[in-house]
Design a protein around this ligand. Structure first.
Ligand code: ZN
Length: 261
């Protein structure tokens, strides 16, 4: 083989490797902490609770939030809300933010097609509409988050586009409490995870869960609120997100994360 040909092949290989690397780097950027905006010096914490309402836990969470004058955000399951409408009423009456998670929360159904996903989302929206006074929040949380692993990456990509096309925004989190690591987790475990994962984050979207197995999530809440206050955080809900917060969260890929890993 001629030397020039070898050079050409090498060149092509280098370009290919370089492209693969930049693609990887782009996807690595989904790590929200890499994008924390140090200019946003106000420390804001958003306590978010997925999978409620639950007769075992929601009212306990509300009690703690109310006592501390903190507004939380509840990404609810529509089917459960139909079972426990009085709990949704409690959330609304206590000015908590009630947002869409899913109607059925069954991955095998909702992630099978774009239509199935949007139909489920809208069904959940209808349930919330019966309880809230104004418009339903445009912030939704995809079951499993936008990182959710499903069979078809292409369907996931199109679902995300359809959410935005339907005038919603999907929001993940940057402070996992890992309270779903096992069915029962200790208060110490949840507190330790929040303490560890919030380090260096001025805008913290904290993920916790509201279901019958998550009694410790409700129990540890007072300790979490006390700690965050000591650390200088103020509390906000999805109803209080400002344009600046939203821009930062989009840049951090916590809102409308397009990376489709
Ligand atoms: Zn969920």
């Amino acid at each position: 083989m001629k030397f020039s040909k070898v050079l050409l092949i090498l060149g092509v290989l280098i370009v290919m490797i370089f492209n693969v690397n930049t693609e990887c780097i782009k996807c690595e950027e989904i790590q929200p902490e890499l994008h924390e905006d140090k200019t946003n010096i106000k420390k804001k914490a958003f306590l978010t609770f997925d999978d409620g309402p639950s007769p075992e836990v929601t009212l306990d969470i509300i009690k703690v939030l109310k006592k501390n004058q903190v507004k939380g955000s509840f990404f609810i399951i529509g089917g459960r809300a139909e079972e426990y409408p009085h709990i949704i009423e409690e959330l609304v009456n206590n000015e908590m933010s009630v947002c869409i998670h899913s109607y059925s929360h069954k991955y095998e159904d909702i992630y099978k097609s774009v239509n199935a996903y949007i139909e489920d989302l809208k069904k959940c929206e209808e349930v919330i509409k019966r309880h809230v006074k104004g418009d339903v929040s445009r912030y939704v949380r995809m079951p499993g988050g936008s990182f959710v692993s499903i069979k078809s990456k292409e369907i996931k990509k199109r679902i995300k586009e359809a959410i935005v096309d339907n005038d919603f925004k999907y929001i993940d989190w940057n402070v996992p409490s890992d309270d779903t690591r096992k069915r029962y987790v200790s208060e110490e475990f949840i507190f330790g995870n929040i303490k560890k994962n919030i380090k260096g984050k001025n805008t913290a979207i904290i993920l916790m869960h509201d279901s019958k197995y998550k009694k410790t999530s409700a129990k540890v809440l007072q300790r979490v609120i006390d700690y965050l206050r000591e650390e200088g955080y103020e509390f906000y809900s999805m109803d209080d997100i400002t344009v600046e917060d939203e821009m930062l969260l989009i840049k951090s890929r916590i809102i409308n994360n397009v990376c489709n890993k």
